[in-house]
Design a protein around this ligand. Structure first.
Ligand code: SF4
Length: 350
């Protein structure tokens, strides 16, 4: 029997204007778009039959032509520290990961933007996962909806970080509509200040994010404060070296109280010398920023060791003395191997 479910277009991911156009083109009243929008984003339906105030003819037409809710949670592993690693399946059978991290009564949800990643940062396991494809806007949003419905008893996560699998700014065409839909006041309504997009330094993506006026926070995974070392640890630096990256950060629009976050993962004997510390100060002095010092989560498949607690303290004290806002972050979800959790740990206080 032929399965034509995969051929149907996903309706989640469309904004109100697009829904209106779709319905009107098919001869339905435009005002129904608002009702459909609310079912998709406020009530988080998983099939069109749940749309109670929609006429049967429209429901039948939607069933015939569109799909909804292609992302599913297939496994959740809870660590001793309370964090939960989530395995999502996509409609085409591929998988992505997310992590929910608790802090008191708040939850930070780390979500993915791609299946695999093209960027191969030396300290990241995801970089070793062969790139398969970009996620759609619907798949980005659906991770939040699934976690809200199945784990958080209908509550939205307090913070969302795009630091899971993939480089979000390498998927800007899906990311921007997804951010608009996640933050739309008449829909999912997550405050913009509660969402952070983390990038390895895709400079054109930083500019595009700035131009899209989504209002979300920006984080840069830095890894090193000089071009030679950074290009070794994060090959994207060869394409967009530090001076270009810093210039793009300086131009990124920030309202009065916000700062760009720079994540600096401390690797023993690699980027934790006194000289590295001084380079970091000179590099970041011209940017309104805060610095998260991330403790490397030792992993046998990666050729690095964590810096000693004394080194981490020395970095923190020196940067603080130089006037930076600094935090030291430890990864959560070690027991369940938090997806890219090395980086996501930086956002628990968001
Ligand atoms: S840190 Fe981010 S950009 Fe770098 S390899 Fe991992 S997922 Fe890709």
């Amino acid at each position: 029997m032929m399965d034509n479910k995969k051929e149907k277009e996903e309706l989640r991911g469309k904004n109100l204007v697009e829904l209106e156009a779709i319905l009107q083109r098919a001869g339905f009243e435009g005002f129904r778009a608002k009702q459909v929008y609310q079912w998709l984003y406020c009530h988080d339906i998983r099939n069109f039959e749940e749309m109670k105030n929609i006429p049967p003819a429209l429901r039948a037409w939607l069933v015939e032509n569109f799909s909804v809710g292609g992302v599913q949670i297939i496994q959740t592993l809870t660590d001793a520290d309370g964090s939960k690693k989530i395995l999502f399946s996509l409609q085409d059978g591929l998988h992505i990961e997310g992590v929910l991290m608790p802090k008191g009564r708040r939850w930070t949800l780390c979500i993915s933007s791609q299946v695999g990643c093209r960027f191969a940062c030396a300290f990241c396991l995801t970089g070793r996962v062969h790139f398969r494809r970009n996620l759609t806007a619907a798949e980005i949003i659906d991770q939040v909806q699934c976690a809200r419905r199945e784990i958080l008893n209908g509550e939205s996560p307090t913070n969302i970080v795009l630091m899971g699998m993939g480089e979000p700014l390498d998927n800007i065409n899906a990311l921007i509509p997804a951010l608009h839909l996640l933050t739309a006041p008449q829909g999912i309504a997550i405050p913009t200040r509660r969402i952070t997009v983390s990038t390895a330094g895709v400079v054109p993506g930083i500019r595009a994010l700035a131009e899209a006026k989504t209002g979300v926070n920006l984080a840069i995974s830095l890894g090193a404060a000089n071009d030679t070392l950074r290009s070794r640890l994060m090959p994207i630096n060869k394409k967009y070296p530090l001076p270009e990256l810093i210039k793009a950060c300086q131009k990124f629009p920030l309202d009065n109280r916000r700062r760009i976050t720079f994540e600096y993962i401390l690797l023993k004997g690699v980027n934790d010398s006194t000289r590295d510390m001084k380079n970091l100060v000179s590099l970041l002095q011209p940017v309104r920023c805060k610095i998260n010092l991330l403790c490397f989560n030792e992993e046998p498949r990666l050729p690095f060791k964590p810096s000693t607690p004394e080194t981490i303290e020395r970095f923190r004290d020196y940067l603080t003395e130089k006037g930076f806002v600094v935090a030291v972050r430890y990864s959560m979800g070690r027991g369940v191997k938090g997806a890219c959790g090395q980086l996501a740990a930086g956002y628990l206080n968001g």
